[in-house]
Ligand binder design. Structure first.
Ligand code: PLP
Length: 723
């Protein structure tokens, strides 16, 4: 089968009028998600339906009325916009050799890079992500597409996606799972030349597992998703790929076998021969076993095979937190791999050695250790996380001093056009040099922010905040109409918010180390801050806890109980069901982005980068990316650059610092207004924040670093070993 052809589908199965039929091509390529003119083509056809279908063009096109479509074909204004978008779309797809990668490294274009991840957060309609890791992988694919990287991605098609979150009146998180309708989503099953599904098999100890492959087209980059829900599998196996991150270890190891080993098979079946294999987090590290097996069965010794595999494998570790570093008990490895080590020419002990980690309580098989040992290039996701990772994994290189542990870092970034508010982009288009988006990782471009009159910037900021408040009210209205919802929950969801008050956002996964409750530590002090006449402050919380994370769920409950406290007069808010859509509204609408991780656990964090891009100012612990981004004039820090031994002393000191800076710096600055009611000084901070952070923490800067530090050296090595 051809590498890059679209799986076949009836290109007019929506029965669209011929003149605008290509709306359906557009629907099946996620390019539209980061091109706001394309989004607009759908939205203006029927704004209500667009919201009601959760911005899903496939569902939208299957439901929209004939009348509206036919009216559009007679509307010159619509047709002009349509033609412009289609022309841009076609040009984008055809102009692969004008891209950064093609121009800088033309001789490397025929070296595919395989990118493996358990989650991909591309858009709210594809709930195949749990949090930051997924959103990062999604942004990565979009930028890889923009820059023309020869990248192909592998993940799971979760048939139920990640859960939808409901909060009970008492603040307890409920997880709701629903089966996704694939015919309603921009995913297509991969078919062979005869129109039959392409299938691959993976051998389990007692049975063979079959899976099919789905494809999501992300601009120029294909994302292939594995799915075990096929007839020939037994019912339990069919459900294996239904949900993300099961806490059942047996399920989990099965999923990781499917992703790692099945992923390599899928890549082969689709006709790729990658020169680089990138493990985005250790979940997919079994991939190395399959490639070792291929080489050993072709006659190589295990040592030679390992050298070859390492040369073209890269590993990015994303967190020092134990829950993010999978490990399995040895009995599970015995159960699932007892027929496998022979195929590599190893005995059990040698095999386990590849991933052995010694804990005080015993030995485990660590996916992170495996990934470290199987890859020739390794990195953490911020400067500080690089240090932490070198320390954490130094036992793997016992004869090296810590600073020579071979783990480097590449700091995370975000895909600019996916996160930038529409209004703000228009402002940039007006005041930046033409073509600025082609150089958005260039700090010089962003200095043009000084050209924007404060008044215009303030108008856009206010507009985006009102938009956030309106969005929350609409959600609250729907909630009120639901059964089993107490009116206080409607208040908790933000109906009393004031679109003109200083608004702080705190949205992220509710893991305990992120300390969502830090700002609640001193209720009296917080009440005082929030309810000052004339300088009100409001705080919006959002986030999910992993369904098995009881402390995380208790944290949500603690926040929710504060939110319901009438003394806070509706100025504390908890928004249910944090996802990409809600994240977009929040980072574009709030004034301050709060981030309170317990140092040094936040490896990078990216939500603050999204907020900064949109003119919110960061207020954060010096952890992860912020330790590199903060310059004294572009935001504020909580605490200092010290390491703490005692967690509760750290919490106490950080909380004190948090209140003090809010009271003495942030709130006064925000409310310091000139006669025209514009906070000029505040806007100075906003501009400094955008100018210094947007280029540096862009996915563009980041992925170019991956090319330079990881991919190109790997490709060079691949060329040497294979010649
Ligand atoms: C950006 C984003 C994240 C990651 O945020 P952190 O700063 O890493 O906590 C998580 N979830 C969603 C939906 C996001 O958009």
């Amino acid at each position: 089968m051809e590498q890059n052809d679209f799986p076949e589908f009836n290109s007019n199965h929506f029965n669209l009028p011929r003149r605008i039929q290509r709306l359906s091509d557009l629907a099946y390529n996620l390019w539209w998600t980061w091109n706001m003119e394309a989004v607009r083509l759908y939205r203006i056809l029927d704004p209500h339906l667009w919201e009601a279908t959760d911005h899903n063009p496939v569902r939208f096109l299957s439901l929209i009325s004939k009348e509206r479509l036919s009216a559009a074909t007679k509307d010159r204004y619509y047709l002009d916009a349509f033609d412009r978008v289609i022309k841009k779309f076609d040009h984008y797809l055809e102009a692969g050799d004008e891209t950064w990668f093609a121009q800088s490294h033309p001789e490397k274009l025929n070296h595919p890079i395989a990118y493996f991840s358990t989650e991909f957060g591309l858009h709210e309609t594809l709930p195949f992500y749990a949090g930051g890791l997924g959103v990062l992988s999604g942004d990565y694919l979009k930028e890889a597409s923009d820059l023309g990287f020869p990248l192909v991605a592998i993940g799971f098609l979760y048939t139920e996606g990640y859960f939808k979150q409901r909060i009970t009146e008492d603040g307890w998180q409920e997880a709701i799972y629903t089966s996704l309708q694939f015919s309603d989503l921009p995913v297509l099953e991969v078919l062979d030349d005869d129109g039959d599904p392409v299938k691959i098999e993976v051998q389990f100890p007692d049975r063979s597992m079959s899976m099919r492959i789905w494809k999501v087209q992300v601009g120029r980059v294909p994302l292939y998703l594995l799915d075990t829900n096929v007839e020939e599998n037994d019912p339990a196996d069919r459900a294996l790929t239904s949900r993300l991150y099961s806490s059942d270890l047996e399920l989990r190891i099965s999923q990781e076998i499917i992703l790692g080993i099945g992923g390599v098979r899928a890549i082969r079946q689709l006709g790729y021969n990658p020169s680089v294999w990138h493990l985005n987090e250790g979940h997919s590290a079994f991939m190395a076993f399959e490639r070792l097996r291929e080489l050993v069965s072709s006659g190589k010794t295990f040592e030679d095979a390992l050298t070859e595999v390492r040369a073209c494998t890269a590993f990015t570790t994303h967190t020092p937190v134990p829950a993010g570093n999978d490990e399995f008990p040895l009995w599970l490895i015995d159960k699932y791999f007892n027929l496998f080590w022979e195929k590599l020419g190893l005995d059990r002990d040698e095999f386990i050695d590849l991933a052995r980690q010694q804990h005080p309580w015993g030995e485990v098989f660590s996916m992170t250790v495996l990934a470290m040992k199987m890859s020739g290039r390794r990195n953490g996701v911020s400067e500080m996380h690089g240090q932490v990772a070198r320390k954490m994994w130094s036992f793997l290189w016992p004869d090296r001093p810590e600073e020579q542990i071979p783990i480097t870092h590449i700091t995370n970034g975000i895909h600019t056009s996916s996160w930038l508010s529409r209004r703000l982009k228009r402002l940039f288009d007006r005041y930046f040099d033409p073509g600025w988006e082609d150089h958005l990782d260039d700090p010089q471009i962003w200095r043009s922010i000084e050209r924007i009159p404060d008044k215009e910037l303030w108008t856009v900021r206010r507009h985006d905040k009102r938009k956030l408040v309106a969005y929350m009210r609409e959600r609250a209205r729907k909630l009120l109409n639901e059964e089993h919802v107490h009116p206080v929950q409607v208040v908790a969801s933000g109906v009393l918010l004031d679109p003109y008050a200083l608004t702080i956002g705190f949205a992220r996964r509710f893991a305990t180390y992120k300390r969502a409750n830090l700002i609640l530590r001193d209720t009296e002090r917080l009440l005082d801050l929030i309810n000052q006449p004339g300088t009100p402050v409001q705080i919006i919380f959002a986030g999910k806890a992993h369904p098995a994370d009881e402390p995380g769920k208790r944290l949500i409950q603690e926040v929710y109980r504060a939110v319901k406290n009438p003394k806070f007069t509706g100025r504390l808010v908890f928004l249910e069901d944090y996802d990409i859509n809600l994240a977009r509204h929040l980072v574009q609408g709030v004034d301050v982005w709060l981030n309170t991780p317990r140092r040094p656990k936040e490896a990078s964090g990216t939500s603050g980068q999204k907020a900064a891009l949109n003119g919110a100012v960061n207020f954060s612990v010096l952890d992860g990316w912020w330790r590199e981004g903060y310059n004294g004039h572009n935001g504020w820090i909580i605490g200092d650059d010290e390491a703490w031994e005692d967690e509760s002393a750290q919490d106490e000191a950080d909380a004190a610092s948090l209140y003090e800076i809010l009271e003495t710096k942030i709130v006064p600055l925000y409310y310091e207004r000139a006669a025209d009611n514009i906070p000029y000084e505040w806007l100075g901070w906003v501009k400094e924040s955008i100018a210094t952070l947007a280029p540096r923490f862009s996915m563009r800067r980041m992925i170019k670093e991956y090319a330079d530090k990881i991919y190109l050296p790997s490709i060079n090595e691949f060329e040497k070993t294979s010649s």
